[in-house]
Ligand binder design. Structure first.
Ligand code: BGC
Length: 447
């Protein structure tokens, strides 16, 4: 058996997000977010599922922290529900909401786990959506003020922060492809939203430096890999354009202070204009301490005239897919990491999400999710190769600690290393939980 051994410095974690696990949607002074409204709109989420109760982590957080402790990990990445702490989006603070997160943070620290907070994992207060949401520039100020309040409230205990989770999903998936809240299908809206998200990120980083000077902050873009189907220029260009959508569009402004001109033009050809004001890019490129990367899947990409915005069709490398139908492409993970390192240099990287959807149920008190273990092994091997290639990877955070509300897919799709029974909220550790625990303990595993 071959051993994959990681350096002692590599940190381990597990991640969740507020709307996906908390439940208690109308308890403790929380007001609705865009995801409450979206999930309660018939036809938007599979089986009409909503996050009303989710994993009930709002009430069961102590149990969840014990599960984290037993896992032996270093860090827990979770997000704050903006409408739980500031129900109107701006102004009045909700003390109960603050208390909930303060207790969770204390519980983590008492159990030797470092908290890592994501400020925005997609659940915008509905009150702000009604004022135009991410589409209007005023949102940037609202986000900055929310961020400042959170830094002030929790900054003495929490030193690792992320601004925005997956800005591509919060802009294009939600406002151009219409799959996530608020479910719009307008390219101009999506382009505006993407710029405001980046600007909000930059403003928050600026505030962070003043309020938590001894902390570290980053953000968490999602990237997939498209390998050209052939060396033909048409295939190579199609893949490059398509990958730019997730990578360069959301990373060039932060790390280079520019938007990729190819995409600016391509959007313009589709009547979507990038509206940048003087000074915006200087704000967006305020240096971060680390970059978060969320990686799940990849494919072959082949030029196809008229196919989508980028004229590319995706062809899976082989038959194997996870239960959410995403092709498995562990080598793509290695390619993403080395490519990002090559493009943006030595910025420390946290893998803020990586994991697999498999819907195994409980059998005699156990969940035999061999497929998930296989997926994790392959992707951690890719990560190890990237480390060997000199990519400065600081940590790996598995998605997800718990099965949870998988957005438009509802509860049917399970990403957790812990199974959740949504009728009783009972948690059952899956085989992958035990495997991950051993991996963390040994700082490696056998292939
Ligand atoms: C998101 C998570 C989501 C996961 C699996 C990411 O897009 O950040 O919230 O559950 O991937 O789809």
């Amino acid at each position: 058996m071959t051993n994959i051994q990681f350096p002692d410095t590599l940190k381990w974690g597990a991640a969740t997000a507020s709307y996906q696990i908390e439940g208690a949607a109308d308890e403790g002074g929380r007001s609705p977010s865009i995801w409450d409204v979206f999930s309660h709109t018939p036809g938007k989420v599979k089986n009409g599922d909503t996050g009303d109760h989710a994993c009930n982590s709002y009430h069961l957080y102590k149990e969840d922290v014990q599960l984290l402790r037993e896992l032996g990990i270093d860090q827990y990445r979770f997000s704050i529900s903006w409408s739980r702490v500031i129900p109107d989006g701006t102004g009045q603070l909700n003390k109960e909401g603050i208390t909930y997160y303060r207790n969770l943070i204390q519980e983590l620290i008492d159990n030797g786990i470092e908290p890592m907070i994501t400020l925005y994992h997609w659940d915008l207060p509905q009150a702000l959506q009604e004022a135009g949401g991410w589409e209007v520039r005023e949102i940037v100020e609202a986000f900055q003020s929310y961020a400042e309040t959170m830094f002030q409230e929790f900054g003495n205990k929490v030193k690792k922060w992320l601004t925005i989770n997956e800005p591509w999903c919060a802009s294009f998936l939600s406002n151009y492809l219409g799959i996530h809240a608020p479910g719009k299908t307008n390219l101009q809206t999506a382009v505006d939203v993407s710029h405001h998200l980046l600007l909000a990120h930059g403003k928050a980083v600026q505030s962070f430096r003043k309020i938590i000077p001894d902390g570290e902050i980053g953000y968490a873009p999602n990237v997939g890999w498209l390998e050209p189907y052939s060396p033909n220029q048409a295939d190579v260009d199609a893949c490059r354009r398509s990958m730019m959508w997730q990578k360069e569009w959301f990373m060039d402004p932060v790390f280079k202070g520019t938007y990729p001109e190819t995409l600016v033009q391509l959007f313009a050809e589709h009547n979507a204009k990038l509206n940048v004001e003087e000074g915006d890019l200087a704000i967006i490129s305020e240096p971060v301490d680390f970059m978060g990367i969320n990686y799940y899947t990849g494919s072959l990409g082949r030029f196809k005239k008229g196919e989508g915005l980028f004229q590319v069709e995706e062809i899976p490398l082989d038959e194997r897919r996870t239960d959410i139908d995403w092709p498995i492409y562990a080598d793509g993970f290695y390619k993403v990491l080395t490519d990002i390192h090559q493009t943006y240099g030595d910025v420390p990287i946290y893998i803020t999400e990586n994991g697999a959807c498999y819907n195994h149920g409980v059998e005699d008190g156990r969940v035999h999710d061999k497929d998930r273990i296989e997926y994790l092994k392959q992707h951690l091997t890719a990560l190890h190769r990237a480390l060997e290639a000199g990519v400065p990877i600081a940590g790996y955070i598995v998605w997800s600690l718990l099965d949870n509300f998988e957005w438009a897919e509802g509860y049917e799709k399970r990403f957790g290393i812990i199974h959740v029974n949504y009728a009783t909220f009972e948690r059952t550790k899956k085989d992958s939980y035990y495997w991950y625990k051993e991996t963390v303990k040994n700082q490696g595993f056998h292939v």
